[in-house]
Design a binder for this molecule. Structure first.
Ligand code: NAD
Length: 341
């Protein structure tokens, strides 16, 4: 089989990272990306020799800005096996019909409603059952983080219920219009928050409740997760289970001094991680608390990059029949996951 031909619609926080990851994969070819505005990123795309596609009604705007597009979205759809929709939340659903019309497989993001795609997707939970789907929705950053933790633990111990508090970043670093700037806002002012429902789109059987607040930071989210198991567990076994995937990194504050999101980000910068991306879920090892059948821990989520490995796995799931273990391994190896500190 030749390389999987991939297009990206929406070249923002998620789209540009998926595009770079696709370019690194030995079994994928990035055919082109769709942009709606002739900004510096559009110039970068062209400068890097990538094909840029634009909406029909924007061709003249790009030409006036001195950028020559390769065509419109429909031209890109003629050339690809799969399109990754990384347009803003809710916009992807508007493209669903056109992707279907061109017989192109589609990967949507977590800002879309679950019914936009055949299934909601999380690599460590349901990759196998998503193989062969025509469309998948990679769940949001917070949901991806919760599901990675839950599905790894559920492989080794039977989970009775999950309760989690999500402390959300207010905005991504580039977003200068969002807030709050000086407040902690309930999001929403009721329990459960939508995150629990989103987890259940992948694990419908799970007893889970979540609550969420938004705080004035742009770096990462933090979760406080409490899990009750059917049987007694101990801290050492939990830590060993979490070590079995490169998508989770255990950080011990006593050995590293890393006890905040700011210090995680600084470590990523010192390690030369591009844009300080941390696609791995960070679990603070010394917060892992166990008592009989209870577990409590704290984890941190780099919202801008955590869903990138899942997007790569989802592309393979809709276009080929990958071995679950091998595709995750390949993604992790090529993206260099698990090599932190
Ligand atoms: P973004 O605003 O950074 O990027 C969206 C891109 O789509 C922009 O380049 C924008 O110009 C372009 N766009 C706008 N309207 C368009 C249209 N009609 N057609 C084509 N392109 C259009 O958004 P994002 O943060 O990358 O989010 C994309 C999706 O990923 C959303 O569903 C979001 O919920 C989800 N997501 C975001 C994050 C995050 O932290 N940013 C994390 C996980 C999932």
């Amino acid at each position: 089989m030749g390389k999987i031909k991939v297009g990206i619609n929406g070249f923002g926080t998620i789209g540009k990272r998926v595009a770079e990851a696709v370019q690194l994969m030995p079994d994928m070819e990035l055919v082109g990306v769709v942009k709606t505005r002739p900004d510096y990123l559009a110039r970068m795309i062209v400068k890097n020799g990538l094909k840029l596609y634009v909406p029909e009604d924007k061709i003249s705007v790009f030409k006036e800005a001195g950028i020559e597009p390769s065509g419109v979205l429909e031209d890109l759809l003629e050339e690809v096996n799969v399109i990754v929709d990384a347009t803003p939340g809710g916009i992807g659903a508007k493209y669903k019909e056109v992707y279907e019309k061109y017989g192109v497989k589609a990967i949507f993001q977590g800002g879309e409603k679950p019914f936009v795609a055949e299934k909601s997707f999380s690599s460590l939970c349901n990759l196998e059952e998503c193989i062969g789907s025509n469309s998948l929705r990679v769940v949001s950053c917070n949901t991806t983080a919760l599901l990675r933790l839950i599905c790894i633990l559920n492989k080794y111990f039977r989970i009775r219920k999950v309760r989690a508090t999500i402390i959300r970043r207010a905005a991504d670093p580039k977003e200068d219009k969002r807030g709050p700037v000086n407040s902690i806002r309930l999001d929403p002012a009721e329990i459960p928050s939508h995150h629990a429902k989103d987890v259940k789109t992948v694990l419908p059987w799970l007893d889970i409740l979540t609550t969420a607040v938004i705080v004035p930071t742009t770096l990462m989210h933090v979760h406080s997760v409490y899990i009750v198991f059917e049987e007694s567990i101990n801290k050492r076994d939990v830590i060993e289970a979490l070590r079995t995937t490169r998508r989770i990194i255990l950080v011990d504050t006593r050995l590293t001094g890393i006890d905040s999101t700011a210090k995680i980000i600084e470590a990523a910068r010192d390690l030369g991680r591009k844009r300080y991306d941390i696609p791995e879920l960070i679990v603070w090892e010394n917060t892992v608390y166990t008592n009989n059948n209870e577990l409590w821990l704290m984890q941190a989520v780099h919202q801008e990059s955590i869903v990138i490995p899942e997007n790569i796995d989802a592309i393979r799931a809709v276009t080929s029949s990958p071995n679950v273990h091998k595709t995750i391994e390949l993604t992790d190896e090529i993206l260099g996951l698990g090599k932190f500190i």
